[in-house]
Design a protein around this ligand. Structure first.
Ligand code: SF4
Length: 181
């Protein structure tokens, strides 16, 4: 049996509306970041390399759950940790494929969309420090506010690695359990 989040319960209209609102915020963010690019090294998907990881809110976790369910569950767990050139565990995101692609790209959390490593470039070649921080912060607050309405008992944020580890172990996230009550 494949590992992954629980099956969707029927008629969860409120969840669907929350996820639609989240996608609208993601679309607005894409407009704000139009023309910004990076070299797609996937370093930011290797948490041991950057020393950072995304902290999705509950509503973002719900969108991720939906996307993981849609693709048939999490990929098979790697037998051994992937090791960096320095001999350390890279701590690869469970949603990064062996080919170096995000398996849930359209549903990736806000933190994956706004990482801005030093190699990111703006539309006219601006350096990453010129990223539109105040607009990003405004949209980050919009996600947090939405999550507070979506899952008042446990809006998050929480480390992405813990979320995917929960899916691997118990088949559903604490967000799903909190929303069911
Ligand atoms: S969710 Fe996707 S983009 Fe975000 S860290 Fe994981 S693999 Fe990378």
């Amino acid at each position: 049996m494949r590992r992954g989040p629980r099956k969707q319960s029927s008629g969860d209209y409120e969840s669907a509306v929350g996820l639609e609102k989240l996608r609208a915020i993601y679309a607005e963010l894409a407009g704000v970041l139009g023309g910004w690019t990076c070299d797609a090294s996937t370093d930011c998907c290797r948490f041991g390399v950057t020393g950072r990881e995304p902290y999705p809110t509950a509503v973002e976790v719900s969108e991720l759950e939906r996307a993981v369910r849609a693709r048939g569950g999490l990929p098979k767990r790697r037998a051994l940790p992937t090791v960096s050139a320095r001999g350390e565990d890279e701590r690869r995101c469970a949603l990064l494929s062996d080919e170096g692609k995000c398996l849930v790209y359209a549903s990736r959390p806000f933190g994956c969309r706004t990482f801005f490593c030093e190699r990111a470039k703006g539309p006219a070649g601006e350096p990453s420090r010129a990223a539109p921080k105040s607009e990003i912060a405004r949209l980050g607050r919009a996600v947090a506010d939405l999550s507070a309405r979506f899952a008042p008992a446990d809006p998050g944020p929480r480390p992405l690695s813990k979320v995917t580890a929960e899916w691997g172990g118990r088949g559903e996230s604490r967000t799903s359990r909190a929303r069911r009550g």
